[in-house]
Ligand binder design. Structure first.
Ligand code: SF4
Ligand code: MG
Length: 319
């Protein structure tokens, strides 16, 4: 609720005043057990920053992160340890997330020892279980990341994430670096595991087709704010924010008859250091009205599952 992540600002670099970079601005998100929430938007929209902030792996300026009833933004060391024990992140680069010199088994053992306090006598069998869970033979415990393919490495990344027995996983572009056929395998694996284990997943991705296939709900970010959120199918078929509509038009195969849009999204997003007045999307919005460029940005609202931060009534978006 009301999550903010600002970088810079007075005092960030002593003696130098830099305007704060509003990477994540007044964001509220909820994700339920067993649910997959897609977080989409162009690069630089603050998706990763938000994902890290939610797990308290990154900076957080203000706001509230309620995890299992505790506000993790004001958490004690004990609360944070509990969050660490019950959440995990899966990264885009499967090699970068693992220590190249460490055997896979040791990397998983480390998590089991530190976060789950698994006794040494049980670690070997637990590692084998976790490897099997992600479709790998127990013998992989002896391999090192560089001996593995990208897909195998990502499976190890997932096994390591599962080692904490997470209630929440944040997967940040976790298949973007993989071949398409391997992507499918990893996504199916994640979905099977979600079913078996019932964890919540925040799935950060720029690939909207994958998000549509995978996610129950979706949140669209633009310049650090959530501009639209709702059940996935509703957002994809009846977007209520012109930015979402533009993103969807940029997917070539969503409507094969229409072909590629001429100019789905004109221009680059403005810098988050100098956010435009009014609606931050107005310089690129094909529906912008004079009022859109002044005053406070439109808010996401609180009513109903499908909401957008736009002054236009639903159904009046023309892209
Ligand atoms: Fe476009 Fe105005 Fe809606 Fe912003 S508030 S998305 S500028 S129509
Ligand atoms: Mg990112």
């Amino acid at each position: 609720t009301g999550l903010n992540v600002h970088f810079g600002g007075t005092g960030f670099i002593p003696g130098l005043r830099t305007p704060p970079l509003r990477a994540v601005n007044d964001v509220s998100l909820a994700v339920m057990p067993g649910e997959t929430l897609g977080l989409v938007g162009e690069s630089g929209s603050g998706k990763s920053t938000l994902g890290r902030a939610i797990l308290r792996l990154g900076e957080l300026t203000s706001g509230e992160i309620v995890f299992d009833g505790t506000d993790m933004a004001r958490a004690t060391v004990g609360d944070l340890n509990r969050l660490r024990r019950q959440s995990a992140m899966i990264f885009q680069d499967p090699y970068g997330a693992l220590n190249p010199r460490m055997r896979v088994g040791d990397a998983i053992a480390e998590v089991l020892r530190v976060h789950r306090k698994v006794p040494s006598s049980r670690i070997g069998s637990r590692i084998a279980e976790l490897l099997n869970l992600v479709g790998l033979d127990a013998g992989y415990a002896n391999s090192r990341p560089l001996d593995l393919s990208g897909g195998q490495c990502q499976r190890i990344g997932i096994a390591r994430a599962l080692a904490v027995e997470p209630k929440l996983i944040v997967a940040d572009e976790c298949v973007a670096a993989l071949d398409v056929s391997i992507q499918g395998q990893i996504l199916n694996l994640l979905m099977d595991l979600r079913e078996q284990i019932g964890m919540a997943i925040i799935f950060i991705a720029h690939d909207l087709a994958i998000v549509r296939r995978l996610c129950d709900r979706v949140a669209v970010m633009y310049l650090g704010r959530i501009v639209e959120t709702g059940p996935t199918e509703e957002v994809f078929t009846e977007p209520r924010h012109p930015y979402t509509a533009s993103l969807l038009r940029a997917i070539p195969d969503i409507d094969p008859d229409r072909g590629l849009p001429e100019n789905p999204l004109a221009g680059e997003p403005p810098s988050p250091i100098a956010l435009p007045c009014g609606c931050a999307f107005h310089p690129r919005c094909p529906n912008a009205l004079p009022d859109c460029s002044t005053g406070e940005p439109p808010r996401l609202g609180r009513d109903g599952p499908h909401r957008a931060a736009c002054i236009l009534p639903p159904g009046e978006i023309r892209i």
